[in-house]
Ligand binder design. Structure first.
Ligand code: NIG
Ligand code: FE
Length: 418
């Protein structure tokens, strides 16, 4: 996300924070030592050199600042009792695309079901678009996400589906984020209709060789109408052999083996998780049974909102001990929204999550899904990415859905919004 305008400052102290969500269990000054979101009330936070230098109770700020930087801050900002949370980590988007599918959305409102095949319409418009048109779309959506509090954004390819168009998508995505995912196995493109295995050969061969250098992750849509579990394994294993981390789209439209494929390959995340069997939940929970991080279940409620499917059952996953993330899945077909506040509201209203669980899933959860320890939390050394809400508590994200509550966004210590 390098496209957003920013203003540079030295060390900045934000004070008057009514409620600071740190996501740092055990942090000094936290209200409740057992709360994983570790809320500090009447708080302050010091940003310096793009990192958090100190965070805690405002009453301790003078001593904290002195110890952290040995001088007064260059700037102080009175937040006026507002709530501050870590910047949202949106760990799942598809922002390299052209065109829209508003007509498809409207047809769903009239009762037509969502089908994976709609992806091919966006593939056609994306292939036909110039680099600059795709770049303009990316910039617009990245800025839109930033204005809603997203400070870390993953971007997938998957609307090119030729060697050249996928490599171009990687290159353009890389201009706005380090978290680029190669999704050559999104659907079988029309020119390979009926020859899915041959297309998988291409994905695992020349396409992967062209795309892996600019990407961090490999992904596959493992679902009826897209790729089989066997094909998914081939793509993910080839990606892993090329040095990419593994993520999977699975169990979105119906039950299937995708979640278990993901867990068995040590995926960092399996995304959608709408239709899960008890075995799927047990496999996910088992991946978190020892100390090493397991497979995050990334839930994408914008999809169920847009496709009129039942929402995933976050409660069932959390109660089983699975780490859950929330992400937007921003794409023109199944979820054309970049709003992480909306994901929090939907998760609380429709998925059995508490406000604390939803905010955590949209911040620290996304960071875990991207295997990042520098974002999603506010403690010394972490990247200084935070959101000031025009509200006294984070509860308002769900309590006042649809209201623009993001009043300030800081990324790497710089104010990037408004
Ligand atoms: O994550 N599930 C697969 N891919 C996207 C949908 C993309 C589209 O409909 O264009 C998703 O929902
Ligand atoms: Fe997706």
């Amino acid at each position: 996300m390098h496209e957003v305008p920013h203003r540079e400052h030295g060390a900045t102290l934000l004070f008057g924070v009514g409620e600071l969500t740190t996501n740092v269990p055990g942090v000094a000054g936290a209200d409740d030592p057992d709360d994983p979101t570790a809320v500090v009330r009447d708080a302050a936070i010091l940003l310096d050199g793009g990192r958090v230098a100190w965070a805690g109770r405002e009453a301790d700020a003078a001593a904290g600042v002195e110890e952290a930087i040995g001088r007064a801050p260059d700037r102080t900002v009175d937040v006026g009792g507002r709530a501050v949370i870590p910047g949202f980590v949106d760990s799942h988007t598809h922002l390299v695309f052209a065109g829209d599918r508003a007509a498809e959305f409207e047809a769903r409102a009239a009762g037509r079901p969502y089908a994976a095949g709609g992806i091919r319409a966006t593939v056609a418009s994306t292939r036909a678009a110039s680099d600059d048109a795709l770049r303009a779309g990316l910039a617009r959506h990245v800025a839109e996400a930033a204005a809603q509090g997203t400070t870390t954004l993953e971007v997938k390819t998957g609307y090119g589906l030729t060697v050249t168009d996928e490599a171009r998508s990687v290159r353009l995505a890389r201009e706005v984020t380090d978290e680029v995912t190669f999704l050559g196995a999104h659907v079988v493109p029309p020119e390979y209709a009926g020859r899915g295995d041959e297309y998988v050969d291409l994905v695992c061969g020349e396409m992967l060789r062209s795309c892996a250098p600019g990407a961090r992750w490999v992904d596959v849509f493992c679902e009826t109408g897209a790729f089989t579990p066997e094909q998914a394994r081939r793509v993910l294993s080839a990606g892993a052999a090329a040095g990419l981390g593994v993520r999977v789209h699975a169990n979105q439209l119906g039950p299937g083996e995708g979640v278990r494929v993901a867990v068995s390959l040590g995926a960092a995340s399996v995304d959608h998780c709408t239709y899960l069997s008890d075995d799927d939940v047990a496999a996910l929970a088992g991946s978190w049974a020892d100390d090493a991080p397991g497979t995050v279940a990334t839930l994408l409620p914008g999809v169920e909102f847009s496709t009129r499917q039942p929402y995933p059952d976050a409660r069932r996953l959390l109660d089983a001990g699975v780490v859950v993330a929330l992400a937007s899945d921003c794409n023109p077909g199944s979820s054309y929204t970049s709003s992480m506040p909306l994901m929090v509201a939907l998760a609380v209203r429709e998925m059995g999550m508490t406000v604390a669980e939803a905010v955590r899933a949209a911040t620290a959860g996304g960071a875990t899904a991207l295997r990042r320890s520098d974002v999603g939390r506010l403690e010394p050394g972490a990247r200084a990415d935070l959101v000031v809400l025009d509200a006294p508590s984070r509860t308002y994200l769900a309590y006042r859905p649809g209201v623009p509550l993001v009043s300030g966004v800081w990324r790497e210590g710089r104010e990037v919004h408004p």
